[in-house]
Design a protein around this ligand. Structure first.
Ligand code: ATP
Length: 341
């Protein structure tokens, strides 16, 4: 997809399984909204095709597509009642009046707002407006619901609550949801599949667990939460067994890369430990330079002795740790993910 000379999307090849909750995740400018707008028919792609339920919809206008979109600002009609807002799409599709009433009631009940039918939009809170926008989009029973940062305007607590509700509603109705966000926690909380987008490319596609625990690139490893990226090179490779020399020392692990290749090891903060156990290898001694309490855990930065390397680690809630404390750090090589790009 090009905007004048600017390439906004490149080499996109994405198949979405019907009934799944797919999240397009990435930094600002990555191309998420552009892709969503192509799916919804609000943008004509300069190249490529879009198929929904086996039908080529590439040149079909938005209203004719089996898709509806929930926008970040909800785009509700302030002069209409809530019931009229929800029924709007049915009216446009000339659905019989009694059916409009039944389906509108059902959609409002589904989002828990059946009692608000006669009210106006300005009488509702942000979270309730968000639910009305969802009811309005779902009432026409689209094959695919497109959501463009629908929770972006909500405060954090409400946002987390709406994430749970969205996921429950999606499972209940069984409609395919394609949801845009730049919040990786939100993506993991709600997605069956996460599509990581960066600079117009798809960087990674997979389940939240796969994308977080086995990221396929440096970009995904860093974007999906906190991470220690340890640069190194392969000094020995025999089948699936490799040896990596890094600035943190040498590690033998399972993986595939050519001898001499420049690689990185991704190690999540929760996989660095201040004690030896099981198969853990010693990383080195370190001094805590910064620590913070996050409720569920402590997170600290520690500087490895005799080097300029600092690492992030996450410690259990009850394990108090203060700047200046000395630690010996260990990690299980099985928790280190080999990154070749
Ligand atoms: P955000 O989270 O900020 O919305 P995004 O991942 O959704 O980011 P897009 O809005 O899809 O990214 O933008 C992708 C790229 O295309 C950006 O570089 C953007 O500046 C450019 N772009 C998007 N829409 C247009 C347009 N109508 N005209 C020109 N350039 C555009």
């Amino acid at each position: 997809m090009r905007f004048g000379g600017k390439v906004a999307l490149q080499g996109i090849n994405l198949t979405i399984e019907a009934g799944s909750f797919v999240v397009l995740l990435g930094p600002s400018g990555g191309g998420k909204t552009t892709l969503l707008n192509i799916l919804g028919g609000f943008l004509d792609p300069t190249e490529g095709r879009v198929f929904i339920d086996g039908r080529d919809v590439t040149r079909m206008p938005p209203a004719k597509r089996p898709t509806t979109t929930v926008f970040q600002d909800y785009a509700l009609f302030p002069h209409m009642s809530i019931a009229a807002n929800v029924a709007f799409g049915l009216k446009m599709r000339r659905v019989a009046k009694d059916q409009q009433r039944i389906r509108t009631e059902r959609a409002l009940d589904m989002v828990g707002l059946g009692h608000t039918a006669a009210r106006r939009i300005h009488e509702l809170s942000g979270g309730q407006r968000q639910r009305i926008a969802l009811a309005r989009a779902l009432v026409v029973e689209p094959s695919v619901l497109l959501l463009d940062e629908p929770l972006g305007a909500l405060d954090l607590k409400l946002r987390r609550q709406m994430q749970e509700e969205l996921k429950l509603i999606q499972k209940r109705v069984g409609t395919t949801f394609v949801h845009v966000t730049h919040d990786q926690e939100e993506a993991m909380a709600i997605g069956d599949v996460i599509v990581v987008m960066n600079d117009g490319f798809i960087e990674d596609i997979g389940s939240p667990e796969r994308v977080y625990l086995q990221p396929s690139s440096r970009f995904t490893a860093n974007f999906m939460g906190d991470n220690n990226l340890i640069e190194g090179s392969i000094t020995d490779a025999a089948g699936e067994r490799i040896h990596v020399e890094t600035t943190f020392g040498g590690f033998s692990l399972t993986g595939k890369a050519d001898k001499g290749a420049k690689v990185a090891l991704s190690l999540r903060p929760e996989h660095l430990h201040p004690d030896a156990a099981g198969e853990r290898a010693k990383i080195g001694t370190a001094k805590v330079v910064e620590s913070g309490f996050f409720g569920t855990h402590h997170q600290c930065m520690a500087k490895l002795d005799g080097s300029d390397n600092t690492v992030k680690l996450r410690l259990p809630q009850k394990q108090m740790i203060r700047p200046g404390e000395a630690l010996t750090l260990y990690a299980d090589p099985a928790d280190m993910v080999l990154l070749t790009r």
